[in-house]
Design a binder for this molecule. Structure first.
Ligand code: FES
Ligand code: FES
Length: 154
């Protein structure tokens, strides 16, 4: 076991864990952040994604000891009690069905829009490719991203 310090959503925490523990387990079980979900555990589905250095990262295959930058989870996207435009767009477009994948969808979309605030349809499809939804909510995900884009001036 090792004492590790993590900054997550602006808050610093120290955890005493096996350094090889996946970041996902620390977020959910030690820090109580249940936005990121366990889907495949293999880095294949995207349900567990979090933001690290602007990238959407699969936290299920990221050993906690390798995390040296701030982590932002779904819970960290809202600010001052106001939902992030993507979160609001997800509600407005009624995107989720079972909801299980939606953490990964929003985190992936956030990483994309931070790099490219005005993506084309093709760029949205390319960026979101590989973040899986077994309920096939892809069309509404796409529409929600376009709605969020419209809220942000070019
Ligand atoms: S649970 Fe991490 S990618 Fe599937
Ligand atoms: S909404 Fe069910 S897996 Fe995507």
């Amino acid at each position: 076991m090792s004492k590790l310090t993590l900054k997550v959503n602006g808050k610093i925490s120290t955890v005493d864990v096996d350094p090889g523990t996946p970041l996902l387990y620390i977020l959910r079980n030690e820090l109580g952040l249940q936005g990121p979900r366990f889907g495949c555990g293999l880095g294949q589905c995207g349900a567990c994604k979090v933001l690290i250095n602007g990238a959407a990262v699969a936290s299920c295959i990221t050993p906690v000891s390798t995390v040296t930058s701030e982590v932002t989870t779904l819970e960290g996207l809202a600010s001052n009690g106001k939902l992030h435009p993507l979160q609001q767009a997800w509600i407005d477009e009624q995107v989720p069905q079972c909801g299980y994948c939606q953490n990964g969808q929003i985190i992936t979309a956030k990483a994309m829009l931070d790099k490219n605030p005005q993506p084309t349809d093709a760029q949205i499809r390319e960026a979101m490719n590989g973040t899986l939804c077994r309920c096939m909510s892809y069309y509404r995900i796409h529409m929600a991203i376009k709605r969020a884009v419209r809220q942000v001036p070019a």
